[in-house]
Structure formats: C-alpha cells, structure tokens
Design a protein around this ligand. Structure first.
Ligand code: SF4
Length: 394
C-alpha cells in the first residue's frame, strides 16, 4: 500500500491518520482509530510490538482516545500501516465518538451506539466533503462522559428518548429527532467545504429547519468525569487506567496486555483524557498496572499535567519535558494544572494552562495563565522550577 504525502501540521484542518501520517519534529506521526473502539489483549500487545519496531518506542493515547505512534520514517510508514491492518480493523470516515463504556454502562440513559452508527451511515454519501477534523459526539450520559472534548455536533441523552443538541459551543435545546438534527447540521457543514467547522456555521440560517426539531432548553453543563477507577457495567466491572502525559513505552503496554489474561480482562478500550479502559476482570490488574507505571487513581497529579516528548524524541525540544513533568508532579497543588513544553510550539496542550514551562536554549520560560507561545514573564534555571511552581499556585 502506498501512502499519501505526509501532512504539514500547519495546514488548517490537517489531521493525521494511519494512511496520511503528519510530519512532526520527531518524524511522522500516525493516528490509529480502532474500529469498534476496542481490542483484545493479544492485539494490544501486537500493536505495542509494532510501535516499538516501526516508531520511537512509545504508544500515545490522545485526549480523544485514539492511539498514536511517532517517529515513523517515510520509508517505513507504509509497512507500518499494512502491519497494523493485519492486527486490527481501522476506522475511517466521519468521526462519530461514543464514550468507552457505551452499551455496557448501567448509568447511561440509552446506548448511544445505534444512533452513532445511523449518523455515520447518513453522512456516508457526503463524508468526503466534510473536513477531517469534523467530530460528532453521541453520549448516553453515563459514567465516563465526553463533555470535555470539543465537537462540531454533540448529542447528549437526558432521558431514554430525548437528547441535548449542541453545535460547536452553542446549546440549541432538546430534541426527540436527533438523527434529523444531525442531517441538517452535517449537510450544512459539508456545504462549507473541507475547511468548514461548526464555528463557521451561520446558525441563524439553519433556524427554519431546526426549529421544528429542537425545543429550547436551559443551559446544561455535562459533568466532566474521570475515566480512571473502577466502573460497574451491566456485566462485571471495568478498570480505567491513565497514561502519564498520554504516553507509555511500548514494552510497558505489552507488559500490561500480557498480564491482562491473568486478571480476566477480555478487552481494552482507549478512552478520553489519555486513558485505557480494561473490560472485565477482578480488579487485580490495578496493582500490576501501578507497578508498570500507569495512573490508577483519579487524583494523581499527573492527570493534570500536559507534557510533550521534548528533547527525548523531538528535534525541536530543548528539554526532556516528560521527565521534568514527572519531577514537578509532587509539587502541583490539588486542582491546579501545568503544561511542560519542549519548545514554544506547545504541541501537547494548545490551550491555556495555569502554569506553563517552556524549554528554551537559555532555560525554562515561565508563563502564568497562558500558552506555550506567549511571552514568558521569567526565564528560570532547572533548580528554580519547584519554587516557581509553588509560588505561582499561591
Ligand atoms: S512542543 Fe514538544 S513535540 Fe512539539 S515541536 Fe516542541 S518539543 Fe517537539
């Protein structure tokens, strides 16, 4: 199989995939969307081996719950894509996301997967005209919600047959005809072309069509729930683990998958906020996962730190960002968040953070309540970081 030319990261709407990896500072980055959202322990171990063979030895799980492998070369990326497809089926087309426990969650109002499948089928004839970053979320409102993720169209169940509809950040109201709403919104998005996102949609122009479908509703804020911990399912329990800074060594992933059989785990599902959800089992995996290095407690401060690979694997990095982040984690106050970036590009966290430390040729830039690209208020030495972090948190 041949691949298209690598994506340039600066292109608006660019989105890496297995077949169209993106050029980054540390080689090509391939993002893998697992069809059906889960894989058994054997396949997870096989993917980890492939990541180590073809990539930089690290598997990432993104904030949206996709697998990523970095450090691919243009020469080997096609062989990697082919090898991955021999292990798993890869999802393509419009991104329609459901929570990782969808269908197994006794607290969700409704299994959102049938509606998600219908939306994907509805959009199939014109999906090639939707931008690659267009995302639809269909959420049954159970234990692990997707409320913190951005979506062009969001449908959240608030009853067995009633859904909150949001377009971008705008809550439109409730509907009992979610598929019709999706048809109106996605058709309008497709008319904008491959660059079109929900923020570009003139919602007033859609009002005549949506008025018959949507009733006004008071603003509802979906609680953001941690994917880390033990969760009851209709049958058995699930165990949510976190990847520190969204990444784990391939050997560590393989070790987890290898041990999963002993704990009775039947499958793994990548989840939001860099999590990996183990399905089934008696909970004994938690101790083993903790020893391997996974996050097993929702209050672990590393869940509130973003860090890229930095100089450990990126030519642009001035600091080993994840090593610095690990060192600073014990100094992070409860509720605070930190971004440690290898350089001012801020790949791991494009948004604002309470404290951002940026690797520079002359030290560590310190930004308070801003982004990695902002002008730092001070440049620090390595031995000043803990003190500066504590001072910034008051
Ligand atoms: S932010 Fe990190 S990953 Fe991105 S270019 Fe800079 S060092 Fe590399």
């Amino acid at each position: 199989m041949s691949l298209a030319l690598p994506l340039e990261p600066s292109r608006r709407g660019a989105c890496p995939s297995l077949d169209m990896p993106m050029q980054t500072g540390d080689g090509l980055l391939a993002r893998i969307r697992i069809a059906g959202g889960q894989l058994d322990p054997v396949r997870l171990e096989q993917l980890a081996v492939l990541g180590g063979t073809y990539g930089n030895g690290v598997i990432e799980i993104t904030a949206r719950g996709n697998l990523q492998v970095r450090g691919l070369t243009a020469a080997l990326a096609p062989a990697f894509a082919s090898a991955v497809r021999q292990v798993i089926d890869v999802e393509t087309g419009l991104v329609v996301e459901t929570p990782p426990l969808a269908g197994d969650d006794p607290l969700e109002f409704i299994d959102p997967r049938p509606l998600a499948a219908s939306i994907k089928a509805l959009a199939a004839p014109f999906a090639h005209r939707l931008g690659p970053k267009v995302a639809v979320i269909v959420d049954g409102n159970g234990q692990i919600g997707l409320g913190a993720l951005k979506a062009d169209l969001r449908l959240v169940a608030v009853g067995p047959d009633i859904w909150l509809v949001s377009v971008g950040a705008t809550l439109l109201g409730t509907t009992r005809r979610p598929l019709d709403c999706a048809g109106v919104v996605l058709t309008a998005l497709a008319s904008l072309g491959l660059q079109g996102r929900a923020t570009d949609l003139p919602l007033a122009d859609l009002a005549p069509e949506l008025d018959d479908l949507v009733s006004s509703s008071a603003p509802v804020r979906q609680p953001v729930s941690s994917p880390i911990g033990r969760f009851p399912m209709h049958r058995g329990k699930a165990t949510g683990l976190g990847l520190p800074f969204g990444a784990m060594a391939c050997e560590s992933i393989a070790a987890l998958a290898d041990g999963a059989w002993r704990s009775g785990i039947s499958a793994f599902r990548p989840g939001p906020h860099h999590s990996l959800i183990a399905i089934g089992g008696d909970g004994s995996l938690i101790e083993e996962a903790s020893q391997i290095g996974f996050i097993t407690h929702p209050n672990d401060p590393r869940t509130r730190i973003s860090a890229c690979i930095g100089s450990d694997g990126c030519a642009s990095g001035h600091i080993a960002a994840r090593a610095v982040a690990s060192r600073l984690a014990p100094s992070l106050a409860p509720g605070s968040n930190l971004h440690v970036s290898g350089c001012q590009k801020g790949c791991a966290h494009p948004g604002r953070a309470e404290v951002t430390l940026i690797g520079r040729a002359d030290g560590y830039g310190l930004v308070i309540d801003g982004r990695a690209g902002d002008t730092p208020r001070a440049v620090l030495r390595a031995d000043q970081l803990e003190t500066a972090l504590l001072a910034a948190q008051g």
